[in-house]
Design a protein around this ligand. Structure first.
Ligand SMILES: [Zn+2]
Ligand SMILES: [Zn+2]
Length: 362
């Protein structure tokens, strides 16, 4: 243990002085952010997380799979998403956007937020573990609300559907997201975190510790936490049900299990689904399922097009389940035969629904 601690310390200072400090100096951002040691610590924790996914969760998928696949080729893109997000997008966001914002609002320590939990309940100052748990609960609840909106507002679903289009859900699928979706989500969650007094470093820790559970929850692993624990903590079957393809016989069944960490939010708001067997994952809408034949750049660009098709239409702002026609205009599910769309895999024709901003063509 002693060797491990000293190895960790040596690795941290080496990364801080030889990688982080020169990189920050060349970016001219050093004065606005946390110390190179904290950034080095972030990268080390992230490397450990990726190793846990690669060397623990991934072998579990081979030993106890829910679905047996002939090959895993379409899961490789999700691994790239994970590496890009953890080693690039997330630290850049935390240290280039969040830290300057925090200093602007005069904070960074736990009591600085406008609605600081510690300010309201000073007792938490002497109970840091409970304070972190309180942050965790608020953070997870905000995620739950954002996730409900990602599914119910069609323009937001246009972005979030990239996360759902994967038909081979694996331990790498958690970070398969559109970057605009990531940015919106992170800005909302981070803003609330800052308001309640979470420091940027604690925020990065909240994100990282939540990430590991979510990596496990996307894994293709036959694992349930049991009748009691599954109500307290999201397990892989619970989140797999959230990713189910629409069941045309029970068309609202998939509107379930939005919580990321604590199923409590689903239980409280009537969206929890327990006791169903695992089902095929993905999205039946052919315009969304087409993501699976694309690389990261094409996925990002065409999802942006899908978003814009919805964003500029009134239908894109009307809550409810939609599919996208061949012009990326959202069409409410009540306006077409869902069963036929699912089985034919032919996108809805533009003539089948109103052209955005105009009357229906005959
Ligand atoms: Zn979702
Ligand atoms: Zn997911």
């Amino acid at each position: 243990m002693h060797e491990f601690v000293s190895f960790w310390g040596v690795a941290e200072s080496w990364i801080a002085s030889c990688v982080v400090a020169p990189a920050l100096a060349s970016l001219h951002v050093a004065p606005t952010i946390d110390s190179p040691d904290e950034i080095a610590q972030y990268f080390l924790i992230t490397a450990v997380q990726v190793m846990i996914v690669a060397f623990v969760f991934r072998p579990m998928e081979s030993l106890w799979p829910v679905e047996t696949w002939s090959d895993r080729r379409i899961t490789a893109i999700d691994r790239s998403y994970t590496l890009i997000k953890l080693f690039g997008v997330l630290p850049l966001f935390t240290y280039l956007v969040l830290s300057p914002l925090t200093s602007l609002f005069g904070g960074g320590n736990g009591a600085a937020g406008v609605f600081s939990v510690q300010g309201w309940v000073p007792w938490f100052g002497h109970h840091p573990v409970l304070l972190f748990l309180a942050y965790y609960a608020i953070y997870d609840f905000v995620y739950y609300v954002v996730h409900r909106l990602q599914h119910s507002i069609p323009w937001w679903w246009a972005l979030h559907s990239l996360h759902h289009s994967q038909r081979r859900l694996s331990c790498w699928s958690n970070d398969r997201d559109h970057y605009l979706d990531d940015l919106l989500e992170a800005l909302i969650v981070a803003a609330v975190s800052l308001l309640i007094g979470v420091s940027p470093t604690d925020y990065a820790l909240l994100v990282l510790s939540g990430e590991l559970l979510q990596n496990l929850d996307h894994a293709n692993v036959r694992l349930r936490f049991g009748p009691v624990l599954e109500k307290l903590l999201v397990d892989p079957l619970y989140h797999r049900l959230h990713h189910m393809r629409v069941d045309t016989d029970r068309p609202r069944l998939h509107a379930c299990n939005y919580a990321f960490i604590f199923p409590l939010w689903d239980i409280l708001f009537g969206t929890a689904l327990f006791g169903e067997p695992a089902r095929p994952t993905g999205v039946g809408d052919p315009m969304v399922d087409a993501d699976n034949g694309r690389g990261i750049v094409a996925q990002q660009l065409l999802t942006l097009r899908r978003f814009w098709g919805a964003f500029r239409c009134r239908a894109g702002w009307t809550p409810g389940d939609v599919a996208f026609n061949e012009n990326y205009v959202p069409v409410p599910v009540a306006d077409f035969d869902l069963r036929q769309l699912e089985s034919s895999q032919i996108p809805l024709a533009a003539t089948q629904s109103p052209v955005c901003g105009a009357e229906p063509t005959q």
